[in-house]
Design a protein around this ligand. Structure first.
Ligand code: AMO
Length: 417
């Protein structure tokens, strides 16, 4: 067996040298060299500087002693590259690095089992989502990230120069995924969102990733809620089953998720907060603080995951279907222990009403004519959602800052690395 990686730590105890190598598995490979058995190999291992890139031939040891990783009986070692400078960060966590350092050197710190575990779980989240959606008849699509109009409001658009015109980075595939359900009944996209949100919080990034879904021919909002709750339960349970080593490394116990998730009407959520002594100022949306408080109350009732359904029209995007009262909409959020991880809803698929909604929101329909056209030729009732990848990962793994869930972070102050 040939395995490759980087020397993470090494130790000489008398005539035995133990070298830990960080490779593709979460825990390092443990290479043991004994001077009595093979002096040449012993010397090669002993002289390897930290950080060296090596490959070795060997088999798992039958007398495994190390708790840190799988031990190998090594036959030969090939050195590919040695560091030209001492490593800028401590990789084995004797001294935990500050978040700032972790973000700057994440590409190197990924040699550390804890950092690697987070991103191996992230990979499983994407793998599970893709598997679930494809098995349920959704087609994966890719929509443009340089766009002429935004769907989520002008304040958070990043401008780009597109030859002689002004364009924007896509905040969401919203308009495109809706256009596509006029021909493909079920679509999904795993996509970056670019949002020029100026504030610096533990739950916002300026470039984040979403699992976006749109589903046509629905009979109502319940169809969309079912898809989302089953998707999230599948993802969490998939990670629980397939990432045992990563979860153990991170010290995370992931309870099995079952459906259905609790549904709260927006007003019910406000009432729960108020009856628990939480002051709620706003009447049309929930603040981060209110979301967090609601999370604690719901957790005590045994609900880690719950929907808040029926957000008032003044706080929603123009594309959500309004109820007959004109005030409530079919927009919902999915919260996971006090953090919104997804939003979605049933859309307005009736052309005239959509046009009216745009005007009410102060948008100029002529900027959206390419989108509106898709509603003229048999648009079915439809709905969908955007599920935030970093936020889901953050809540699953109990991370305290969303920046821990992105390898290369784009926030208010970071444009490199
Ligand atoms: P929304 O704006 O709520 O809805 O975004 C959907 C989900 O994406 C994640 N998210 C973010 N994560 C980190 N940093 C950000 N700046 C950020 N912005 C969004 C959140 C959020 O719940 N078009 C609708 C979705 C739909 O109706 O289908 C939309 O984009 O987890």
């Amino acid at each position: 067996m040939r395995l490759c990686g980087w020397v993470l730590r090494s130790k000489v105890i008398g005539k035995v040298v133990i070298v830990e190598v960080s490779g593709s598995s979460v825990k390092p490979y443990v290479l043991v060299g004994k001077e009595d058995v093979d002096p040449g190999l012993y010397n090669t291992l002993k002289d390897l500087p930290l950080g060296s890139a090596i490959c070795f031939e060997g088999e798992p040891s039958e007398t495994q002693k190390s708790k840190r990783g799988v031990e190998y009986n090594v036959k030969s070692v090939k050195v590919y590259s040695k560091p030209s400078e001492p490593l800028p960060v401590e990789l084995v966590g004797k001294v935990p690095s500050l978040l700032d350092t972790r973000i700057k050197y994440r590409w190197l710190l990924l040699r550390n089992p804890l950092e690697k575990a987070i991103f191996k779980v992230r990979q499983s989240v994407i793998e599970a989502a893709r598997r679930y959606l494809i098995e349920n008849g959704f087609i994966e699509v890719h929509t443009p990230k340089i766009v002429a109009a935004g769907a989520e409001g002008g304040a958070t658009l990043f401008k780009v120069q597109y030859f002689e015109r002004e364009a924007y980075l896509s905040q969401s595939p919203q308009l495109y995924k809706q256009m596509l359900v006029s021909s493909l009944p079920r679509v999904f996209e795993i996509t970056p969102y670019f949002r020029a949100e100026k504030f610096n919080t533990t739950r916002h990034l300026n470039e984040s990733w979403g699992i976006d879904v749109e589903q046509g021919f629905i009979d109502g909002l319940e169809d969309v809620l079912n898809t989302l709750e089953n998707l999230v339960a599948f993802i969490v349970n998939y990670v629980r089953e397939n990432n045992k080593e990563e979860l153990e490394t991170l010290g995370v116990e992931l309870p099995r998720i079952s459906t259905p998730f609790k549904r709260l009407r927006f007003e019910e959520a406000i009432d729960i907060l108020r009856s628990n002594g939480v002051e709620v100022q706003e009447s049309e949306d929930l603040s981060d603080q209110a979301e967090r408080e609601l999370g604690k109350i719901m957790a005590e009732k045994g609900h880690d995951l719950y929907f808040i359904v029926g957000f008032p029209w003044p706080s929603t995007g123009f594309y959500y279907m309004r109820e007959e009262d004109g005030y409530h909409t079919r927009k919902f959020d999915l919260d996971y222990r006090g953090l919104e991880i997804a939003s979605g809803g049933q859309r307005e698929h009736r052309y005239e009403r959509l046009l009216e909604a745009m005007k009410l929101k102060g948008l100029d329909p002529s900027n959206f004519s390419f989108y509106l056209e898709a509603f003229k030729y048999g648009m079915p009732p439809h709905g969908g959602f955007g599920l935030g990848v970093e936020r889901l990962l953050m809540q699953m793994l109990g991370l305290s800052n969303i920046r821990e869930a992105a390898i290369f972070v784009r926030d208010r102050t970071r444009l490199i690395p």
